[in-house]
Design a protein around this ligand. Sequence first.
Ligand SMILES: Cc1cn([C@H]2C[C@H](O)[C@@H](COP(=O)(O)OP(=O)(O)O[C@H]3O[C@H](C)C(=O)[C@H](O)[C@H]3O)O2)c(=O)[nH]c1=O
Length: 171
Amino acid sequence: MEVFTTKLESVLLIKPPTVFEDFRGHYIETYNRNAYFTAGIPIDFIQDDISVSHRHVLRGIHGDAKTWKLISCLQGSFYMVVVNNDARSSQYRQWEAFTLSDTNRLQVLVPPNFGNGHLVMSDRAIFHYKQSTEYDRAGQFTLLWNDPALKIWWPVANPIVSQRDQGPAKS
Ligand SMILES: Cc1cn([C@H]2C[C@H](O)[C@@H](COP(=O)(O)OP(=O)(O)O[C@H]3O[C@H](C)C(=O)[C@H](O)[C@H]3O)O2)c(=O)[nH]c1=O
């Protein structure tokens, strides 16, 4: 298991504990509580989620003030952006992009007060995340993927987004 810091404080890029490949395909240990605690990620995740999306669907940018998320790509690939939405932080509104796929098997740890959004770059992608709180839609904020103030670069100009993600933003 390898853990890398990123440009954004507390946002980590993780190569999971095991990726075994043989003539049948792959076996990946995507989470192991002991290994993650030992690696300095002592977070108790209590809910797992997946979302399945078609090419050029963009979900997000969403987050809240309480939840840690461990994000993986189970199938396909997506371009994911993480944004610091903590007004107390010196990195407030700074963002960083990552490509997660079912070949690189990378994971991203997203802390509370950060938003995440992902844009599917394969025919279909399965976005998986472990989260440290139960779902609370009322507690979520929404940042606009195309907010001119954030100046986020996306590989697609006209993604498929939900009504919520078309705006207005809700911080
Ligand atoms: C997040 C969540 C949603 N839902 C229900 C609520 C809606 O009926 C339906 C779709 O929810 P929503 O449109 O908010 O899903 P996304 O736009 O993909 O956003 C979610 O997935 C992106 C990628 C995020 O990272 C956010 O955490 C989360 O907001 O799933 C639940 O039942 N439980 C949940 O934990």
